[in-house]
Design a protein around this ligand. Structure first.
Ligand code: KIV
Ligand code: ZN
Length: 388
């Protein structure tokens, strides 16, 4: 077992499944490049068989990204897998992620298949995916609500067929930390060939426990991959949030004892970029990336932090990409300060002419408003003029 925790980002796939969060190919590409800067190990770029647009987005990302593995999702059938393989052809490192539901409820009501049929389909899917790429992930959808005996049989089979990662989703966010951690550990202990694959956790946030469940899957269960999204974007209440997992493992290395590849200084820009692209606002008190995550308002706290930052800060704002001494933007600010703030906010302008035009709009607003907040700048560049 490795002591490294693999960060698998699925903002562009599961995150995009969030109602209202669909992204264009160019938007996905911009976010993929930011994820590469962040040094995530695996980028799940999309679901190529779901639409031509998604196929093209995965293809473009696979061709452009060199440092991270690029992954495409597919149902457990030959058509989806072949489509994913085709989209990933240009990738420096490609992964096919294939899934089929294994819970009694999903098999009977949704798939209308018997457990034996599901078992067989999982086996053939992984076999076919392995004929296309060397790196294959298998997920038993609704795995946490599946019968453990059946799940063990399916997972043993797909590992024997060459699945290199086994991901156990809590698809509906039903788990609680201790039980989920024990569930993963039991599967690993009971499956004879379990050490041939890397174990992965994939938790949804319906009860607000996606991060806690994922960490329990790592600590108790021995998982070495976490699937997560920037800002916790995802279906319904979202997925496990990348920034929270990363900073928990990094800040509490004394407890988790795991290394990460992530370059945490790019976290805030990634958060801003995803928020700006999807229009999903990050709540001010959101851990790590919320506007107040490192703000000290009360006199006692301010006094303590001025004397010694550790009194009320367990991590450094600048380690996740906040500027320690934020420059307050107003009518006296220059173009460079404005441009730097755009970069900190994860806003990429197409040309210097666009920066100049945005700077002029900023100056007009600054004449009317004493202090310009980040929200004003984001509104300015998205074209709705800023608040008064
Ligand atoms: O939540 C889920 O079960 C999924 C799978 C497709 C991995 O997103
Ligand atoms: Zn999911």
């Amino acid at each position: 077992m490795t002591d490294k925790l693999i960060i698998f980002d699925t903002t562009l796939r599961d995150g995009e499944q969030s109602p209202g969060a669909s992204m264009t190919r160019d938007e996905k590409m911009r976010i993929a490049k930011q994820l590469e800067r962040l040094k995530v190990d695996v980028i799940e770029a999309g679901f190529p068989a779901s639409s031509n647009g998604d196929f093209e987005a995965v293809q473009a990302i696979a061709n452009a990204i060199k440092e991270s593995t690029v992954c495409g999702l597919s149902r457990a059938n030959d058509r989806d897998i072949a489509r994913a393989a085709e989209a990933l052809k240009g990738a420096a490192r490609a992964r096919i992620h294939t899934f089929i539901a294994t819970s009694p409820l999903h098999m009977e009501k949704k798939l209308r298949m018997t457990p034996e049929e599901v078992h067989e389909q999982a086996k053939l899917a992984v076999r076919f995916a392995r004929s296309k790429v060397g790196d294959v992930e298998f997920s038993p959808e609704d795995g946490y609500r599946s019968d453990p005996d059946f799940l063990c049989r399916v997972l043993e089979t797909v590992i024997a067929e060459g699945a290199t990662t086994i991901n156990v989703p809590d698809t509906v966010g039903y788990a609680v930390p201790e039980l989920y951690g024990n569930f993963i550990r039991t599967l690993r202990e009971r499956i004879p060939n379990s050490d041939k694959a890397i174990w992965s956790v994939h938790c949804h946030n319906d009860l607000g426990m996606a991060v806690a469940n994922s960490l329990a899957g790592v600590k108790i269960g021995g998982a070495r991959q976490v699937e997560c999204t920037i800002n916790g974007l995802g279906e319904r209440a979202g997925n496990c949030s990348l920034e929270e997992i990363v900073m928990a493992v990094k800040t509490r290395k004394d407890y988790f004892g795991l290394d990460l590849n992530i370059d945490t200084q790019h976290i805030v820009a990634a958060s801003r970029m995803v928020s700006q692209t999807t229009g999903f606002v990050v709540q001010p008190n959101k851990a790590v990336v919320g506007a107040n995550a490192f703000a000290h308002a009360s006199g006692i706290h301010q006094d303590g932090v001025l004397k010694a930052r550790d009194t009320y800060e367990i991590m450094r704002a600048e380690d996740v990409g906040w500027t320690a001494n934020k420059i307050v933007l107003g009518k006296l600010s220059g173009r460079n300060a404005f441009k730097q703030r755009l970069q900190e906010l994860g806003v990429e302008m197409d040309s210097e002419a666009d920066v100049n035009a945005a700077f002029l709009r900023f100056k007009e607003l600054a004449d009317r408003k004493a202090e310009i907040f980040d929200e004003d700048i984001l509104a300015l560049v998205s074209g709705d003029g800023g608040s008064n």
